[in-house]
Design a protein around this ligand. Structure first.
Ligand code: ADP
Ligand code: MG
Length: 303
């Protein structure tokens, strides 16, 4: 048995053991011997790619142990708003348990939150998405109400270990998908949300700082309020175009850089230039572009 001392719950343990192959059992035994945990109590979840078990340390601290069916995991940095990973050996991930007394916190999908809590949750979630992107340089890639737990007033993203680095060729497509899922969920439950495009831009915009993030959100909030409860047909169409568009990630993959720069600097419509925020091009141009006075000065000097 994995548990050191328990003699009760034999049936439970038998089920636990059944699901664990010899290699995994060896990893778990080593962890047990090193005191990573003291007792492995039962299975919280069986999934296609992994099973999750509840464990406790000798001091009573609760842990979640996720055993992947396929190995080769790369350890991703501790991401904000997700359970702290404690140890990774082969395909076994030990992490902080989100829940209490053996009861895992409910998924956002099942949490039945009040509208007020949902509004808070939406803000918390989009900030976590932004932090994940800007600070951890990761895109979750499978973010939805199924991979978010609600515990003691906060949202925790789980399944972070399958997230992708920003240099993954499809990172931005995954991010856009995540935005769609998060928006859909909160919108469906009555929260006035940003458009997909606004959310995406908020997450990737490098010019928003820790200091300005609050006022940025304040502004967005005003915009949402002014728009009313329903997203207009125009915004809806713009969003569905955005969702289907190719997003260039770097200037290397932009076809007509010069033409685009011209569009930005001459104040033409740039609504469908999805990369301008990502690459910080817009901001960079506004800083390097001569002011009207400087322009005149340059013209006078025939430069
Ligand atoms: P899967 O790869 O099967 O989707 P998840 O990481 O989404 O696995 O976890 C599946 C379930 O296991 C979650 O819905 C939750 O009930 C539970 N779980 C996962 N991680 C934790 C954790 N750190 N604390 C508590 N419960 C967890
Ligand atoms: Mg999951």
């Amino acid at each position: 048995a994995i548990g050191k001392t328990r003699t009760t719950e034999k049936a439970d343990r038998a089920t636990v053991e059944q699901a664990i192959d010899p290699r995994t059992r060896m990893v778990l035994f080593k962890m047990l011997n090193r005191g990573v945990f003291h007792d492995m109590n039962g299975c919280i979840s069986t999934g296609k790619e992994a099973n999750v078990y509840h464990a406790t340390k000798s001091d009573g601290q609760e842990l979640a142990i996720k055993v992947y069916k396929t190995s080769v995991l790369v350890f991703k940095l501790k991401a904000a708003g997700s359970p702290t990973p404690l140890l990774l050996r082969l395909h076994v991930l030990v992490m902080e348990f989100i829940g209490k007394a053996g009861w895992a916190a409910p998924r956002l999908k099942d949490a039945a939150l009040s509208l007020d809590k949902l509004r808070e949750g939406y803000l918390e979630m989009i900030l976590v998405m932004r932090t994940l992107y800007q600070k951890c340089k990761l895109v979750h890639g499978d973010l939805s109400e199924y991979n978010i737990l609600y515990f003691e007033g906060h949202l925790y993203i789980i399944d972070v270990s399958q997230s992708v680095d920003l240099d993954h060729p499809h990172a931005l497509d995954f991010l856009r998908e995540d935005c769609v899922h998060i928006s859909d969920f909160f919108r469906k439950h009555g929260v006035a949300v940003m458009t997909i495009r606004e959310l995406f831009d908020f997450i990737v915009d490098p010019s928003i700082t820790d200091e300005s993030v609050e006022s940025y959100l304040e502004e967005v909030q005003q915009k949402i309020l002014a728009r009313g409860d329903v997203i207009s047909q125009e915004d809806e169409i713009a969003d569905s175009v955005f969702v289907q568009s190719f997003i260039p990630k770097t200037l290397d993959s932009v076809k007509n850089v010069e033409e685009d720069i011209d569009r930005i600097t001459s104040g033409k419509d740039t609504g469908n230039m999805y990369y301008q925020t990502i690459t910080g091009l817009k901001e960079a141009l506004s800083m390097t572009q001569p002011s009207p006075v400087e322009k005149q000065h340059l013209q006078e000097q025939n430069l």
